[in-house]
Write a protein that binds this ligand. Sequence first.
Ligand code: ACO
Length: 310
Amino acid sequence: MACELTGLGMYVPPRVLTNEDLEKFLDTSDEWITTRTGIKERRIAEEWEKASDLGYHAAKEAIENSGLSSKDIDVVIVATSTPDMIFPSTACFLADKLKCNKPMAFDISAACSGFIYGLTLARTFIAAGQAENILVVGSEVFSKIVDWNDRTTAVLFGDGAGAVVVSKTNNDKGILSAVMRSDGSHWGSLYCPVGEKIKMRGRETFKLAIKNMAEASMKALEEAGLTLDDIKLIIPHQANIRIIRALAEKLEIPEDKVFSNIHRYGNTSAASIPIAMYEAKEEGRFHEGDYILLTAFGGGLTWGAIVLRV
Ligand code: ACO
């Protein structure tokens, strides 16, 4: 049984934190942040706003765009590293806010790879005949786990949410291949202990991100029976513009074939790919029938790639 993406949605909180704002309380500069990361500004949630609140707006739009109602959703999957609580899951809060009809609901913890892990699971549920319409949401409030005194991490992250509805289909659209990996032996590169703040060894993560995303992308293409020439657009996790450029170089493709909106939002972890997909579609960077490739990398370590026909 095949599946296709029938609706997309995104939401970012209105509060903007620019590099110039960060200069006021951190020993950093717009010049350093721009040249090292490509980030110019990021969005910050309100004190009271949780991942399920951001996720609600994105999910509502995705469901509306799919032409379905929240009552049609069989499974709610939320990828997040900043859940509302340890339990219940953010997915349970979200399903309640959306007034879904008692769906299966659970969270995925796979850091920045969480959204593509979620898409892979949605595909599996549909292939098994266990569900027809699945909501996959990446929603993060990293501003709450960032150490605002640590310039090496505080400048990188932002808040936001993206959502898709994945539905059973009989046409040839949808997820053609999915390659998901992890390597827990490198957990110390990037982690956040319970009740503490993010810790990261940036350089180590940087190199592994490029290598692993490139390998997973090539494997996913091979499994889909396609080559890079068939792909209209690559939408990678938005962690650093230099990682995105290096990925294009390693894959030997022009930089404009790789989407980036990191200057606007920074690294929104599991939300970055669905937000990027949404904006790429709005900007006309892909159209119905095109093949696109999603690839992510994050704490765990986790990484992977998905080939989609939209
Ligand atoms: N402003 C000014 N100077 C800074 C800042 C800052 N915000 N941050 C660090 N520096 C300094 C450092 O202290 C260091 O100074 P030193 O040479 O005197 O010691 C110098 O800048 C260089 O620091 P590096 O860490 O070597 O800089 P690098 O070029 O590696 O860039 C960065 C750092 C941006 C973090 C990069 O390594 C990176 O993007 N890494 C990957 C992050 C990633 O992909 N994470 C995975 C996804 S996130 C997730 O899963 C949740």
